[in-house]
Ligand binder design. Structure first.
Ligand code: NAI
Ligand code: MG
Length: 362
C-alpha cells in the first residue's frame, strides 16, 4: 500500500493588525482553507497569527516584537490586513509595522491590479460597456517613502520648525521596477507599459526615472510605451482607462493612483495587492490596498474582496495559478450573483460574501 502523498504545506504568517484588517484577513483565511480542503490534500496552509498592531503598541510600546522580522523571515509569505488606528499617530503605526516589513524584506515590487467585477456598478459610466482591467506596478522601496529627512529648529520657538522630506531615486531602483513592469506587460493581452512621471517639476529624481524608462524600453521593442505626467494620468484613469495595461509609478504616485483605480472599480474594499521580493530572498507580503477603515470596523460589513483577491495573488506567487484563477472566478460569481457589501451598494455581510465565494469554489 502506498503512503498518502504528503501535502505541500505553505507556512503563512497572518498579521491582521487593526480595524477591518482583522475581519478581512479572517475572510481570506477561510477562503484559502476551503480551497486547500477541496484540493484533496494536494496542498495545505499552516497559519501562525501575530497580534501586532496599534493595541499591541499601546500595551508594549512597540508595533511588533523586537525579533519580529527574524521570526517572519522563516515564513513562505505574510498575509497582512491593515495597520492604523486613531489611538496611535499614523506615521508611527505605518513605519513600525507595514513599511518596516516592506523595506527590510526588500519587497520592491508592489503589484496592484485594478479589476472591474461583474455586478458592481462603477461610478465610471464608460465601465458599462468597455472591458477594463489594468495593473498598477508601484516602486515600493524608495522614492517619496524612502524615509529620508528630519525635523529641526524647533528651538527657535513656536512657528519656526522646519522639516525636510527627501525623495530618493536610484538608477537601480528605477530599472528593476521598470523591467518588472515590462515583463508583466508581456504576459498580458495588451503589451503596453505607461510610465508615470512628474519630470517637468521634479527635475532630478523624475528625470532619472524618465531616462531609465527610455533605456529599459529599448530591451522590450515588442512592448508599447508611453510616459504620462501624474496629473494627466489621474485624468486618464477616468477618461481613457481602456488605453491602460501596466502602469509603472513611483511609491507615492502609485499609492494615490491605485486608490483612484479601486474607487473607479467601485470601492477601496475591492483592491488587492502583492508586495513582492522578486528574488525570493525574503518572504513577500499580500494585503488589500485599503486601510483599517475605523468608520466601519467591527460591524461585520467590511468588503473582503480586496483581501481575498490578495490571497489569490499569494497563490500565484506559490505557483498555484490554476487555484488562484479559481478564487478569482469564485469572487466574480459572488459579485455577479449580487452578494455585495454596503460599500458596493448591497446589504450582505462580510461573512455572506465569504460564504458565497466558498460556495462557488467547491
Ligand atoms: P481606509 O482605506 O481605511 O478607508 C477609506 C474609506 O474606504 C473609508 O470610508 C472606509 O470605510 C472605506 N473602506 C476601506 N476598506 C474597506 C473595506 N474593506 N470595505 C468597505 N469599505 C472600505 O483609509 P483611511 O481612512 O485613510 O485610513 C484609516 C487608517 O488606515 C489610517 O490609520 C491609515 O494610516 C491606515 N492605512 C493603512 C494602510 C495599510 O495598512 N496598508 C493603507 C491605508 C491606510
Ligand atoms: Mg494607499
Amino acid at each position: 500500500m502506498s503512503a498518502p502523498a504528503t501535502p505541500r504545506t505553505f507556512k503563512i504568517a497572518a498579521v491582521p493588525a487593526d480595524g477591518v484588517g482583522r475581519e478581512v484577513v479572517a475572510a481570506g483565511q477561510a477562503v484559502l482553507d476551503a480551497l486547500a480542503k477541496a484540493s484533496a490534500d494536494a496542498f495545505a496552509f499552516d497559519w501562525t497569527e501575530f497580534p501586532w498592531g496599534c493595541d499591541y503598541y499601546l500595551k508594549t510600546g512597540r508595533m511588533m516584537d523586537e525579533d519580529g522580522l527574524d521570526v517572519l523571515q522563516n515564513f513562505d509569505a505574510i498575509y497582512f490586513g491593515a495597520v492604523g488606528w486613531p489611538s496611535v499617530p499614523d506615521h508611527i503605526s505605518l513605519w513600525g509595522l507595514r513599511l518596516k516589513i516592506c523595506q527590510t524584506f526588500d519587497q520592491w515590487a508592489n503589484v496592484r491590479p485594478v479589476h472591474f467585477h461583474p455586478g458592481i456598478t462603477s461610478p465610471l459610466r464608460k465601465a458599462d460597456d468597455t472591458p477594463l482591467d489594468w495593473v498598477v506596478v508601484r516602486e515600493n522601496s524608495e522614492g517619496e517613502y524612502a524615509g529620508l529627512g528630519g525635523r529641526n529648529l524647533s528651538g527657535r520657538g513656536p512657528g519656526n520648525e522646519v522639516a525636510v522630506q527627501t525623495a530618493l531615486f536610484t538608477e537601480q531602483g528605477c530599472e528593476r521596477i521598470m523591467r518588472f513592469a515590462f515583463d508583466l506587460a508581456r504576459t498580458r493581452p495588451r503589451q503596453k507599459v505607461s510610465s508615470v512621471t512628474k519630470s517637468n517639476a521634479q527635475q532630478y529624481g523624475m528625470v532619472l526615472w524618465d531616462e531609465t524608462f527610455t533605456r529599459v524600453a529599448k530591451d522590450y521593442p515588442d512592448v508599447e510605451t508611453e510616459s504620462v505626467l501624474v496629473d494627466a494620468m489621474a485624468a486618464k484613469f477616468v477618461l481613457k482607462p481602456e488605453d491602460l495595461s501596466v502602469v509603472v509609478a513611483s511609491n507615492l504616485n502609485a499609492d494615490i493612483l491605485s486608490d483612484l483605480g479601486s474607487a473607479l472599480a467601485g470601492s477601496l474594499g475591492l483592491a488587492a495587492s502583492a508586495n513582492l521580493n522578486p528574488e525570493r530572498r525574503f518572504p513577500s507580503m499580500f494585503e488589500p490596498v485599503h486601510g483599517s477603515a475605523p468608520d466601519i470596523a467591527g460591524q461585520g460589513k467590511a468588503n473582503p474582496i480586496g483581501a481575498i483577491g490578495s490571497a489569490a495573488l499569494m497563490l500565484d506567487h506559490f505557483g498555484l495559478t490554476a487555484e488562484a484563477d479559481r478564487v478569482r472566478k469564485a469572487i466574480e460569481a459572488a459579485t455577479a450573483g449580487g452578494v455585495l457589501t454596503p460599500d458596493v451598494g448591497g446589504t450582505a455581510s462580510t461573512q455572506q460574501v465569504v460564504d458565497a465565494v466558498i460556495d462557488s469554489l467547491v
